[in-house]
Design a protein around this ligand. Structure first.
Ligand SMILES: O=C(O)CCC(=O)C(=O)O
Length: 203
């Protein structure tokens, strides 16, 4: 499929200079970070708060069914995103990482952390191809800063990356298989929203 041509044909702006710094982890995993990368983070935050059809999820825990501590929504492939800066970001990410990733970012998972009690527990995105193949998950963050903590599966020192307003963090290589990540609860935090861009069939 010739997605090189079609993928970027509708890019309206190319104002987002992408030059992230890479930190190599063990087992072929890595994390890229670029601070203050997203255009218009205040407007993106407002659009996400008001226009995303947020829902709370429930899950079984021991013998109870509890609320997952964050609001979520996923934009599947081909569904327009709620702010043009997010479309631009996805296009720029797809272009930048195409030689390494071999495919574009297509879906956009959104998480709304209303305050410090909202969180994501330790996990890797191993549903789909992330279970057996290297892939990437690119996160843009808006709102209050929160820490993304990563630890190697099977033990070892963890690292933390603070994700601030407009920052980009990309987990790549074997990161979803060989490392786990979490966003821990904190005593005090205002609202934060993360948008996670993923290739097809990575969850
Ligand atoms: O909030 C974040 O930035 C991370 C979200 C996350 O780990 C996930 O959805 O898999």
């Amino acid at each position: 499929m010739d997605y090189q041509t079609s993928l970027f044909a509708d890019a309206t702006t190319d104002s987002v200079a992408l030059s992230p710094e890479r930190r190599l982890l063990s087992h072929g995993a890595w994390v890229d970070v670029q601070r203050s990368w997203l255009r218009d983070p205040d407007a993106v935050f407002s659009a996400l708060v008001t226009d995303v059809p947020w829902r709370s999820e429930r899950r079984e825990m021991y013998d109870a069914v509890v609320d997952v501590p964050r609001l979520v929504h996923t934009y599947l492939a081909g569904v327009p995103l709620p702010h043009p800066a997010l479309e631009e970001a996805r296009t720029a990410l797809s272009r930048h990482y195409l030689p390494e990733l071999g495919e574009p970012f297509v879906t956009a998972g959104c998480c709304f952390y209303r305050d410090g009690r909202d969180s994501v527990a330790w996990h890797g995105d191993t549903i789909g191809r992330g279970r057996s193949a290297d892939t990437m998950v690119a996160i843009v963050s808006v709102g209050d800063p929160r820490r993304l903590v990563l630890r190697p599966r099977g033990g070892g020192a963890s690292i933390a990356v603070t994700m601030g307003h407009g920052d980009l963090v990309v987990m790549g290589g074997s990161c979803q298989r060989t490392w786990e990540h979490s966003v821990p609860k904190v005593a005090h935090a205002g609202p934060r929203i993360s948008v996670q861009f993923r290739p097809l069939n990575v969850f």
